[in-house]
Design a protein around this ligand. Structure first.
Ligand SMILES: Nc1nc2c(c(=O)[nH]1)N[C@H]1C(S)=C(S)[C@@H](COP(=O)(O)O)O[C@H]1N2
Ligand SMILES: [Mo]
Length: 298
């Protein structure tokens, strides 16, 4: 039986935790993931900086002005203008479901707590366009360790804001399953690539790209990288997600980038860059197989 010290308002922070409490919390977390057996090896691997491929970054203005954010409009070149209406300060994120202690936390507090690093990732939309974005933020894994999901948690669900008064796309399509939701398995969420972005190009996120907090899962089609997160919930059963509801149908929960599996209406073999227009072959797992393919074997 593990006994942790009493919690502060936001629970036991990394900073104020004793090394021993931190160790125990981590053990508990690993056990919840079924990774306890990995022991020191797993921890060492997680701690090592990851050696991502060097990539030519997309032009910043192109990235901020060509977007999918259906809450506002289906017109990719108009999202940035409409998204300006959204108020993103202050911003609270609810963390709940199957966790030791549900919490509400200000997004600025998350950024302070988990620090920030830069990750340059490819982005591949299921529609066939791509970009390379220098994100700023922290690995989702850090938040998981802090939130301490219970052993019964098998999935993490993410939810975007709901406010049809501010978001014309939500008002125009009452038949769509708002709010936008997405989800990952616990193993996917704990993967070293899974990232929560608070910024990009060395600055806070523009609203068009999901300010103030956005998931980035670079090995999956872009729609999994949910913008503007208001809630993170740990669940036992697989959460329903925006594009897999009956209204949309065609994409599955996993949706890893897979050039050999065509969409019902187009090939996924190639992609075009939103800044240069260049066409290139699409890579399995969007080029991140070395980090993630192991999760899907067997
Ligand atoms: N809340 C929300 N998140 C979202 C979307 C959306 O419409 N709403 N679109 C998704 C899709 S389809 C893609 S390709 C990416 C686009 O991210 P970008 O505009 O920053 O390139 O965001 C994803 N996250
Ligand atoms: Mo997309």
């Amino acid at each position: 039986m593990i006994v942790l010290p009493p919690r502060s308002r936001f629970g036991l922070g990394e900073a104020e935790a004793t090394p021993e409490a931190r160790y125990l919390a981590r053990r508990q977390f690993l056990r919840a993931l079924g990774l306890a057996g990995l022991g020191a090896v797993g921890l060492a691997r997680a701690a090592r900086a990851i050696d991502l491929p060097a990539l030519a970054v997309t032009d910043e203005a192109a990235a901020a002005r060509f977007n999918n954010f259906y809450e506002f409009t289906a017109d990719k070149r108009e999202v940035w203008r409409l998204a300006e209406r959204l108020r993103t300060h202050p911003w609270t994120v609810e963390i709940g479901g199957l966790v030791a202690a549900p919490r509400r936390v200000d997004v600025a507090d998350l950024a302070r707590r988990f620090g920030r690093e830069e990750r340059i990732y490819r982005h591949r939309c299921v529609e066939g366009w791509s970009a390379v974005i220098p994100w700023r933020g922290f690995p989702l894994r850090r938040l998981l360790e802090w939130a301490r999901p219970l052993g019964s948690a098998r999935y993490v669900a993410f939810t975007t804001f709901l406010d049809p008064g501010v978001a014309p796309g939500q008002a125009r399509r009452p038949d769509w399953p708002w709010p936008y939701t997405e989800g990952l398995t616990m193993a996917e969420a704990a993967n070293e690539l899974a990232f929560l972005a608070t910024g990009c190009y060395g600055k806070p996120l523009p609203k068009s790209m999901g300010a103030p907090l956005r998931l980035v899962v670079s090995w999956k089609y872009g729609f999994k990288s949910i913008k503007n997160v208001v809630r993170i919930t740990f669940t036992r059963t697989r959460p329903s997600t925006f594009w897999t509801t009956p209204a949309h149908g065609q994409y599955g929960f996993t949706s890893d980038v897979s050039p050999g599996t065509p969409h019902a209406r187009w090939s996924q073999a190639t992609e075009w860059r939103i800044d240069t227009g260049e066409r290139a072959p699409t890579l399995p797992y969007n080029g991140y197989g070395a980090w993630v393919a192991g999760m899907y074997r067997g």
